[in-house]
Write a protein that binds this ligand. Structure first.
Ligand SMILES: Cc1cc2nc3c(=O)[nH]c(=O)nc-3n(C[C@H](O)[C@H](O)[C@H](O)COP(=O)(O)OP(=O)(O)OC[C@H]3O[C@@H](n4cnc5c(N)ncnc54)[C@H](O)[C@@H]3O)c2cc1C
Length: 379
C-alpha cells in the first residue's frame, strides 16, 4: 500500500517495545516464541492477521531438507553445509511436532516420496538416495514406481509428515505469549539510535530495542535491502471434493519439486505446483490464481489420477519468498545491528521455519553465528 502525505506526518501514537516482530506467519510466530523464551517481551505487528500469508496457503508438507535433491545440494552448498541444512530441517520438524502435540494440531505421519517424472529424474533420485544413505540418512530407494501411477522410481522418507499449517501457526503464536497488533502494516523501518529502531506502521510508531523482520515474500516492501535478494513467487493449489478412497498415501513431490500432492484430513486430493512453464507469469506478489497454472494442475489431475472423478472444489494461490540461492537468509541489515531478519524460505518454510527463526533470534540478540544461512554470503 502507498503512504499519503497526511499519513506520513507521523501523528500515530508512539509505543515503546522490547522486541518487535514484523509478520505473523510461521517464521514470525516462531521468532516471537524464541525471543519470549529468551526472556524478552515481544509484540508482533501484522498487516493482516495470524498466518494469512503463505503460512496457511501451503500444502502442509513437512519434508526434510532443502528444495534441491541431496547430491545436488552437496555440489551447490558443500558437504558440511548440506549436513548442517539437513540437521536444521530435522530440528525444525521436531519443534513443529512438539507444538502440534501441545495444540492438538492435525498431523499425519504419512511419510513422503520424491517421485521421478522421467527416466532422467529417476537417475537423479537414485544418486540422491545414495548420497543420503552414505550420510547415514535412512531413506528407501524404489527403482520402480511404488504408487503405480507412471513414475520412474522414488525416494521414500518414512519420517516426514503432512500437517494442517493454519492450526500449527496459531498454536505457535499462542505458545509465544506475544501481543499481536493485527491490521497494522509496517511501511518504514530504520535504526535511528545506537540502541533502538523506529518502525512506522498504520496505527503506531514503535520505538523497539530490537526488530525481527519475518515478512518473507513481502520483505522488499518493508526494507530496500531485500530487493533482488528475496523474490516474490506465486504458488498455486487445487483440491477435489472428498474421495471415498485414499489415492495418495504419502506426501508426493516430483518434477524436481515443481509438483506436489497429498490427501487432506477429510480425504480430498490436493495438487499444487505447476509453475515450471510459467515462471515469468508467477514471479509476482499478486495473490490470485492464474488460468495457465490452474489448467496445468487440472491436466495433472486428469493424467496422473484418472481414477479420481470427483470435481475440483477449491483453487487458491499464495506468495512465497524465493532467495536467489535457494536458502533462507538470516542476518541484520547492514549498518543496523538492531534490525534482524529470517526470510527467503524458497517454498520450504515448514522444512526450515522454526529452526531458522530460533537461529535468527540468537543471531540478533546474542550475535550467534548464522552458519551457512548468513545473508552476508549474498554480498
Ligand atoms: C501454494 C503454496 C504451497 C506451499 N507448500 C509448502 C509445503 O508443502 N511445505 C513447505 O515447507 N512450504 C510450503 N510453502 C511455503 C511456505 O508456505 C512458506 O515458506 C512459509 O509459509 C513462509 O512463512 P513466513 O512466515 O516466512 O511467510 P508468510 O506466511 O508469508 O508470513 C509473512 C507475513 O508477513 C506479513 N507482512 C508482509 N508485509 C508486511 C508489512 N509491511 N507489515 C506487516 N506485516 C507484513 C504478511 O501478511 C504475512 O502474514 C508453500 C507455499 C505456497 C504459496
Amino acid at each position: 500500500m502507498t503512504v499519503s502525505i497526511w499519513q506520513a506526518e507521523d501523528t500515530q501514537p508512539i509505543r515503546e517495545v522490547d522486541v518487535l516482530v514484523i509478520g505473523a506467519g510461521l517464521a514470525g510466530c516462531a521468532a516471537a516464541y524464541f525471543a519470549a523464551q529468551a526472556g524478552r517481551s515481544v509484540v508482533i505487528t501484522e498487516m493482516r492477521d495470524v498466518a494469512l500469508g503463505a503460512s496457511s496457503r501451503n500444502a502442509g508438507f513437512m519434508i526434510t531438507g532443502p528444495d534441491t535433491y541431496y547430491h545436488r545440494a552437496i555440489e551447490l552448498y558443500g558437504h558440511a553445509n548440506t549436513r548442517e541444512l539437513w540437521a536444521l530441517s530435522d530440528k525444525t520438524h521436531r519443534y513443529w511436532r512438539e507444538f502440534a502435540k501441545q495444540g492438538d494440531v492435525r498431523l499425519d505421519n504419512c511419510g513422503s516420496m520424491l517421485l521421478a517424472e522421467s527416466a532422467e529424474e529417476g537417475k537423479e533420485l537414485e544418486a540422491a538416495a545414495r548420497a543420503l544413505n552414505a550420510d547415514g540418512i535412512d531413506v528407501v530407494y524404489h527403482a520402480n514406481d511404488p504408487l503405480k501411477r507412471g513414475y520412474f522410481g522414488a525416494v521414500e522418507h518414512p519420517w516426514d509428515a503432512a500437517v494442517q499449517p493454519y492450526e500449527l501457526v496459531w498454536t505457535v503464536f499462542k505458545a509465544s505469549g506475544a501481543e499481536l497488533v493485527n491490521n497494522n502494516e509496517v511501511y518504514k523501518v530504520e535504526q535511528t539510535g545506537a540502541d533502538y529502531v523506529t518502525v512506522h506502521t498504520r496505527q503506531f510508531i514503535f520505538q523497539a530495542r530490537y526488530v525481527m523482520i519475518c515478512t518473507n515474500a513481502y520483505s522488499q516492501f518493508v526494507h530496500p535491502y531485500f530487493a533482488g535478494k528475496v523474490l516474490p513467487t506465486r504458488g498455486q493449489c487445487l483440491v477435489t471434493e472428498p474421495l471415498t478412497e485414499n489415492v495418495m498415501p504419502v506426501c508426493g513431490y516430483s518434477d524436481y519439486g515443481y509438483m506436489y500432492y497429498r490427501m487432506t484430513f477429510d480425504n480430498r486430493l490436493l495438487i499444487g505446483g505447476g509453475r515450471k512453464l510459467y515462471k515469468e507469469l508467477e514471479s509476482t506478489s499478486e495473490d490470485r490464481i492464474s488460468d495457465p497454472v490452474q489448467a496445468y494442475l487440472d491436466n495433472y489431475l486428469r493424467t496422473k489420477f484418472p481414477d479420481v472423478t470427483a470435481k475440483v472444489d477449491r483453487r487458491w494461490a499464495g506468495i512465497m519468498g524465493f532467495s536467489v540461492d535457494g536458502l533462507p537468509l538470516i542476518g541484520t541489515i547492514p549498518g543496523s545491528p538492531r534490525i534482524g531478519f529470517a526470510v527467503g524460505f524458497t517454498g520450504h518454510g515448514l522444512a526450515f521455519g522454526s529452526g531458522v527463526a530460533e537461529r535468527a533470534v540468537d543471531h540478533l540478540l546474542n550475535g550467534a553465528s548464522a552458519g551457512i544461512l548468513d545473508a552476508a554470503r549474498l554480498g
